[in-house]
Design a protein around this ligand. Structure first.
Ligand SMILES: NC(=O)c1ccc[n+]([C@@H]2O[C@H](COP(=O)([O-])OP(=O)(O)OC[C@H]3O[C@@H](n4cnc5c(N)ncnc54)[C@H](OP(=O)(O)O)[C@@H]3O)[C@@H](O)[C@H]2O)c1
Length: 309
């Protein structure tokens, strides 16, 4: 089998080493040195050049080198009928949950307020409260949101989640669909966004939904920047409706130097690094799917292009 690799962000040699260690006869070809395009069975790509994937007449599977598939699905020239699968990397999941736990605990233990007080040389004692009284709401209860919800639950927070379909996660209240959104927001002191970007989730957090949160709610977005209407979030931060936002993802990345988020004292920015795919931990799943493809078995983690995730 021949696999073509394209990413301007990842080290192709490291990927090749881990893939070939698990499947020694796999022929890994690194873009643009691909030889005969007819040989290519599988493409492993991140932010590929639009139109490129239709150049391989015998392509049987496209692997998106990451969890979010919003970029790949914007290519109008994707080859029809070729299944797209995404990576579900155990280390990526753990890393994301670590980021969420870190941020929620920082909110819960009032670190943003202490940082502000320190800048003003002010001793501001805030008595720590019982986590069981802090209501955390996770938007998106998929692979990442589900794991984050479980980890937060283990820390004794009151956890709920919102998804398209109902979920049963021990100790986590499930809200779903359009009808579940407002009741979910109404009971959420710390909002964690781990939704994919789709036409249904674009602009979901706007003036109306941010107002549905209790006053002084805190927000963390590690899903996609397009979930938030930036101007509405800034207005909500300015008038105290939202006390703080921690943002890892943005509509335009890198975030432009003149963006108001940079200088906002109630915003913490991380540069889209909440979680990354590691070749060592993600390679086994790619090889599993290659074997499934070869044997005609069902592929894992298949993307539904109609749903957008
Ligand atoms: N910042 C980073 O470093 C980073 C890294 C990796 C991924 N991400 C982002 O995280 C996202 C989530 O990843 P994942 O692996 O957890 O995805 P996933 O397993 O596909 O889960 C997506 C979740 O979102 C829910 N959802 C989708 N559309 C919805 C809608 N219209 N209304 C309500 N719920 C909706 C789904 O509901 P159902 O369960 O009912 O289908 C599901 O629970 C990715 O798409 C990517 O954008 C960010």
């Amino acid at each position: 089998m021949a696999l073509m690799f394209f990413s301007e962000y990842d080290d192709p040699r490291e990927w090749k080493e881990h893939l070939v260690a698990l499947m020694p006869d796999l022929d890994v070809r690194i873009w643009p040195d691909l030889g005969r395009l007819e040989d290519i069975d599988c493409a492993l790509v991140w932010k590929h050049k639009p139109g490129d994937l239709k150049r391989y007449p015998n392509l049987k599977m496209i692997v998106n080198l990451g969890a979010g598939v919003d970029y790949i699905l914007t290519d109008p020239d994707l080859p029809r009928g070729v299944p797209i699968v995404r990576l579900v990397d155990p280390y990526l999941t753990k890393q994301m949950s670590d980021y969420i736990v870190l941020t929620v605990l920082a909110y819960h233990r009032r670190f943003p307020e202490f940082a502000r007080a320190q800048r003003e040389r002010r001793w501001q004692y805030i008595h720590p409260v019982d986590p069981a009284r802090t209501r955390v709401g996770v938007m998106g209860l998929g692979v990442l949101g589900g794991d984050a919800a479980r980890r937060l639950r283990e820390l004794d927070f009151q956890v709920a989640g919102w998804s398209r379909t109902p979920k049963a996660i021990d100790g986590v209240a499930s809200f779903h669909g359009a009808d579940g959104l407002m009741p979910f927001l109404d009971r959420t002191d710390i909002l964690v966004c781990l939704l994919p970007r789709t036409r249904d989730t674009d602009d979901l957090l706007d003036a109306r939904t941010l107002r549905a949160l209790p006053q002084g709610a805190r927000v963390v977005n590690a899903g996609r920047g397009h979930l938030i209407v930036d101007g509405d979030l800034i207005a909500a931060l300015d008038d105290g409706q939202i006390a703080h936002a921690t943002l890892d993802v943005f509509r335009t990345e890198p975030l432009p130097a003149d963006h108001p988020y940079w200088r906002h004292e109630r915003v913490t920015i991380t540069p889209h690094c909440a979680s990354v795919t590691l070749p060592r931990t993600a390679a086994p799943q790619i090889i599993d799917n290659l074997r499934r493809l070869r044997d005609g078995r069902k592929l894992l983690n298949r993307v539904d292009p109609a749903a957008g995730y």
